[in-house]
Write a protein that binds this ligand. Structure first.
Ligand code: PEP
Ligand code: MG
Length: 311
């Protein structure tokens, strides 16, 4: 059935009645970008720039960064690409940027928090991204990881715009940010939900620890309710809100996320076709019904069963 519906997907991320949900790729290298483009991704919803430098002993120069980013953006000339600024720390340490040993690295100075101490590193990266946008012809937006407050989001957006990049957004992956999504959308152009970290911080359960993996299930109704708040904020403000965590790669959960009001889903290349086909097989009303069923469930297993029944 999967193969049949995949053939029916028209590649534009629409439900059968024409509701737009962009299907985008998650990438960390030029190879990933080519795979995402070949899979039919309409653009890139998450370019993890730190993946370019996991082994770098020193900060790459602006021209080195410009060259790496251009190589990733090239397959998406004329298409939207969201470049995430360096998300160093915790599960993704960078030798040249990670803070000294901390007792709880996931709760420490990571992601955008590093930029408050080192705005020079952020500004050099933004300069490289602006150059790569020009060289590649991609429609580039920039977003920050690990944002906790609207004040942090505003600080970031000002720096992005000062670098000549017209669209600035932030990730929502801390529960506090989800709770003030409307205020955050008041100061940025879009948000993108990182469900991997949002689940980790909502359940206080390490995303790398198998022993607590049950709590990190993206079908957990508590997580879905938090995501629903962000979907509502997107509707109220009329601004885009996407999902770029693993949750978006699940073809059934993708329908729930669309029904919660999210406007794009970004995933690794192998999931692009099946998520696109899943969206194309339902109406938007069915997505909304799936969302209501999942929100009302008591646990992940019942949420999965309720969504199946609602469809
Ligand atoms: C996330 O946290 O869901 C996310 C997309 O970012 P990363 O997995 O890179 O932390
Ligand atoms: Mg994250």
């Amino acid at each position: 059935a999967e193969a049949r519906t995949a053939i029916e997907w028209n590649g534009t991320g629409n439900t059968s009645d024409g509701h737009r949900v962009k299907v985008l790729g998650n990438v960390g290298s030029a190879t990933d970008a080519k795979a995402a483009a070949d899979a039919g991704a309409e653009g890139v919803g998450l370019f993890r720039t730190e993946f370019c430098y996991l082994d770098a002993p020193a900060e790459p120069t602006v021209s080195e960064q410009l060259a790496s980013y251009t190589a990733v953006l090239k397959p998406f000339r004329g298409k939207p690409v969201i470049v995430r600024t360096l998300d160093a720390g915790a599960d993704k340490p960078l030798q040249f940027l990670s803070p000294d040993a901390e007792p709880n690295p996931a709760l420490g100075v990571r992601g955008l928090r590093i930029a408050f101490d080192r705005p020079d590193v952020l500004d050099r990266q933004l300069e490289a991204i602006a150059g790569a946008a020009e060289d590649s012809g991609a429609e580039v937006s920039v977003m920050a990881p690990m944002v906790a407050t609207a004040e942090e989001a505003a600080w970031f957006a000002d720096r992005v715009r000062a670098a000549g990049i017209p669209r600035a957004g932030v990730m929502i992956e801390i529960p506090a940010a989800a709770l003030v999504a409307q205020e955050i959308l008041g100061v940025v152009d879009f948000v993108s939900i990182g469900t991997n970290d949002l689940a980790q911080y909502t359940f206080a359960a390490d995303r790398q620890l198998g022993a607590v993996a049950k709590l990190n299930d993206p079908w957990q109704p508590a997580l879905l309710r938090l995501i629903g708040l962000i979907g509502r904020a997107a509707k109220v403000t009329g601004k885009p809100a996407g999902v770029c965590g693993e949750a978006a790669a699940d073809p059934q959960l993708a329908l729930v996320l669309a029904g919660l009001g999210l406007t794009s889903l970004s995933m690794n290349a192998p999931a692009v076709r099946s998520v696109g086909a899943s969206l194309a097989s339902v109406t938007y009303k069915q997505c909304e019904a799936a969302a209501q069923a999942a929100l009302a469930a008591a646990d992940p297993a019942s949420a999965r069963a309720a969504v199946k029944a609602a469809l």
